[in-house]
Ligand binder design. Structure first.
Ligand SMILES: C[C@](O)(CO)[C@H](O)COP(=O)(O)OP(=O)(O)OC[C@H]1O[C@@H](n2ccc(N)nc2=O)[C@H](O)[C@@H]1O
Ligand SMILES: Nc1ncnc2c1ncn2[C@@H]1O[C@H](COP(=O)(O)OP(=O)(O)OP(=O)(O)O)[C@@H](O)[C@H]1O
Length: 291
């Protein structure tokens, strides 16, 4: 069978509030997820010998720990069949960047192998399998701008103003990796944000009221532990309402033109990488899953 390539978009958390903690230690969140047109490319081929193989393991990530490979194993375990696949990944999303790169790779593998292996599990079942791999996996299978609650897995579609999709997001990642678990475990983390209502955010995510009412509750702890994140955020705040995504290290701002976005990227602080991207209304593989 010929290999075929599939996109794994990254995400931004336009805001992230922590509203409580569950008995199992996980945190109750509210967040607005936006998928971006920047991400990894995965080549996924079915194998007839029942092996699941990584074609190009990532530096520092053993194949068996790679979320893409773990996703294939998780799906195969549910099927109870001896199915095989080869997966390679062209990585563009910075690792440990708060952009859900590994989670999106896992989601793309679940969506694609669900079809290649002829399983045809519904979207909701794939999201449940995804959640066993990480709290950020389900939103990529859900496949559209979403209001998230629970640990990030209770998802409701949100229609953003059309001009949100006209904007250019400049995303900068200082060269540090922030371990998500370290930030969630930190004693200084604010865990008692007042829950908001979804109705407050439909049709208004680009307004200044939206930005004033929301924040990323992980930002203060990350900035105190990783000065490079604080410095990059301060730099970006010169150009608009800049904010951190997820548990960092990436920070973002939206601007109105490619020219402005490219100017920011060109002048970005040393020791950061960056890209510009637009929001996606739907995941490019949305039509490969069904209810
Ligand atoms: C910060 C976000 O990126 C926002 O979208 C996500 O909540 C994190 O999602 P993720 O990277 O897929 O996280 P997971 O791999 O599921 O969890 C990593 C660690 O973060 C902590 N964790 C994660 C999600 C959550 N709602 N509460 C938590 O306390 C747990 O200690 C967990 O062991
Ligand atoms: N396919 C993968 N791509 C990237 N990282 C992976 C992958 N598989 C496993 N990992 C491990 O997961 C860690 C976190 O990677 P990832 O890029 O998903 O972080 P993140 O963007 O901060 O995630 P999130 O926003 O979901 O918290 C990496 O440091 C790496 O060790």
């Amino acid at each position: 069978m010929h290999p075929t390539t599939f996109f794994a978009p990254c995400k931004l958390n336009l805001f992230l509030h922590i509203t409580g903690q569950l008995p199992n230690g996980y945190h109750r969140l509210q967040s607005l997820f936006l998928l971006l047109d920047h991400g990894d490319t995965l080549t996924i081929t079915q194998r007839d010998d029942g092996q699941i193989v990584h074609g190009n393991p990532l530096p520092g990530v053993p194949a068996e720990q790679d979320l893409a490979i773990r996703a294939a194993h998780a799906l195969r375990a549910v099927s109870g069949r001896r199915l095989g696949a080869e997966i390679t990944c062209e990585k563009r999303t910075p690792m440990g960047g708060g952009l859900g790169g590994g989670s999106s790779d896992a989601a793309t593998v679940l969506i694609v192998l669900n079809q290649l292996w002829g399983l045809h599990y519904p979207r909701q079942q794939l999201m449940q399998i995804g959640l066993t791999l990480g709290a950020d996996v389900p939103v990529f299978i859900f496949g559209q701008t979403a209001w998230a609650e629970g640990v990030g897995e209770q998802l409701t579609p949100v229609t953003l103003d059309a001009n949100m999709f006209e904007k250019y997001f400049v995303v900068l990642t200082p060269h540090v990796q922030v371990p998500t678990a370290q930030i969630f475990a930190h004693q200084a983390l604010t865990r008692d944000s007042k829950p908001l209502r979804i109705a407050d955010f439909s049709n208004g995510a680009q307004s200044s009221a939206f930005w004033q009412q929301t924040r990323n509750d992980m930002e203060a702890v990350v900035c105190s532990l990783y000065p490079a994140v604080a410095d990059t955020l301060d730099w970006l705040k010169q150009f608009g309402d800049a904010r951190m995504s997820g548990s960092g290290a990436s920070v973002f701002v939206s601007v109105d033109s490619v020219k402005k976005a490219d100017e920011l990227l060109k002048n970005r602080p040393e020791n950061t990488s960056g890209f510009r991207a637009k929001g996606l209304e739907y995941h490019p593989l949305f039509a490969m899953t069904s209810d």
